[in-house]
Design a protein around this ligand. Sequence first.
Ligand code: PNS
Length: 164
Amino acid sequence: MSIAVYPGSFDPVTLGHLNIIKRAVNCFDHVVVCVMVNSEKDAGLFTPEERVELIRRTVSHIDGVEVEYSSGLLSDYCEKKGANVVVKGLRAISDYEKEVQMALINRHINPNVDTLFLPSGEKYTYLSSSVVKEMAAYGTNLEGFVPDCIIEDIEEKMKQRREE
Ligand code: PNS
């Protein structure tokens, strides 16, 4: 069985991420979406557990997808899951340098694991979780940017943040 891991911060999951998940499912028997820690990013809007829940809801209608959280190393996680491919979406040339660096580090740590880059869906090349959070902070309509089933959660979380 071919297994791929799609790692990321997913704070929160966007339609760009969902597009990558659906295309990865076409390439592999099983895709594990893994919420992981990016040490360059702050604590974020949602907790890791909340992010997992939002992704699970988003992919509930797609077969062959599993969603988990791991606070460890990506290459160790791949080993644990029996996956030898990491899937990452590439939006613009600005993503390229960082993503290739990560891919090479991961392959150095675990030579059995290689990274497969999927070009982002053309509608989503400008889309990121950061852009979504920025829009949500200003009360902009999130339809067309994140899955409909999580819009209320983002709005509610932003409201809580404002009241804190
Ligand atoms: O969505 P992001 O923030 O670009 O995802 C980056 C992420 C979380 C996949 C990356 O930071 C990661 O792999 N974190 C786990 C720790 C790890 O394995 N780091 C790379 C080798 S030091």
